[in-house]
Design a protein around this ligand. Structure first.
Ligand code: ADP
Length: 303
């Protein structure tokens, strides 16, 4: 079946946050693509126009570490987003017990993640939903950020459904305290969680509810003091927590290098205004010095 006279629909790849994702062939180029069908619902007509305008901006975000939005069009009441097809994602790599990740591999995956983020942050676009299965990996080993800006365009994904609960593990403390004026720092926190997950080979902060998520964060880094994070007490959902001291970060990441730990601690800074930026993280000595990142073609991937 053809969609918009151009795309030859193949199998369903999966059900995502916003709708079904299909594999398809672009008959104009012969390229394999992934089409994300987004239910627009029956709300205000205006939503569609806003969405389409925002999507035009995403189409202009072209970078080796950002998934390319090839085409976008409405069709039968759904919005169709056409992306380049990607073989696997970082979650599959992290979970694969047959894969050994060397320090260079970890650095390479982190660097590609930060490079993609840096391009978007430069254009004032936030991701807001960073997690390992949104970091897609192409046949050449390149890692590309997916679902950029979709959270802002279509609203935060509905997390009542079980397949979405994992996104909680990557949420910054200011979001868990209900801030409405968040910034690029939320993506840095999520990238830190992904960095930690690459080192540990399991999700680092696995909260079972938003409250439990904060508990997991406090257990890892100690409860934040107002001196550490002055604006905290003014956040909408702020409540005082019983003081918990921070264990040495080294005890949580016994295998990490000193430089890796230093960068990790700067990305996991409580106060979003004091948290390292993506650009600063890219310039940190962990990324710029020591062992070189593995070239993408040589990165281990699931069989
Ligand atoms: P979620 O919203 O839960 O992150 P997505 O909507 O991004 O999920 O994707 C749903 C499914 O489609 C996933 O299994 C994902 O692997 C697959 N998928 C999404 N985008 C692509 C792509 N560009 N290439 C290949 N598979 C994709």
């Amino acid at each position: 079946k053809k969609v918009a006279d151009r795309y030859l629909k193949r199998e369903v790849l999966g059900e995502g946050t916003y709708g079904v994702v299909y594999k398809a062939i672009d008959t104009q180029t012969g390229q394999t693509v992934a089409i994300k069908k987004i239910r627009l619902g029956k709300q205000k007509e205006g939503v569609n126009f806003t969405a389409l305008r925002e999507i035009k901006l995403l189409k202009e975000l072209k970078d080796p570490n950002i998934i390319e939005l090839i085409d976008a069009f409405p069709h039968k009441g759904n919005l169709h987003l056409v992306f380049e097809f990607m073989e696997t994602d970082l979650e599959a790599v992290i979970r694969d017990r047959n894969i050994f990740l060397s320090p260079g591999d970890i650095k390479s995956y982190l660097q590609m993640t930060l490079k993609g983020l840096a391009v978007c942050h430069k254009k004032w676009v936030l991701h807001r939903d960073m997690k390992p299965n949104n970091l897609l990996i192409g046949s050449n080993g390149q890692l590309k950020l997916a679902d950029f800006g979709l959270a802002r365009i279509f609203g935060s994904p509905d997390r009542r459904f079980t397949h979405q609960v994992f996104a909680r593990w990557y949420r910054a403390p200011e979001l868990l305290f209900g801030t409405k004026q968040y910034g690029a720092g939320v993506d840095v926190w999520a990238a830190a969680c992904i960095f930690a997950e690459l080192l540990l080979r399991r999700p680092f902060l696995q909260g079972s509810s938003d409250i439990d998520q904060l508990g997991k964060i406090f257990a890892a880094f100690g409860t934040p003091s107002p001196a550490q994070w002055p604006d905290m007490v003014y956040l909408p959902d702020y409540v005082e927590y019983q003081h918990v001291p921070a264990p040495p970060l080294r005890s949580l990441f016994p295998m990490a290098s000193d430089d890796a730990l230093d960068l990790l601690s700067k990305m996991f800074t409580y106060d979003p205004n004091a948290r390292i930026s993506v650009q600063q993280a890219l310039e940190h000595r962990y990324v710029s010095r020591e062992a070189l990142p593995t070239v993408p073609e040589k990165l281990p991937r699931p069989a």
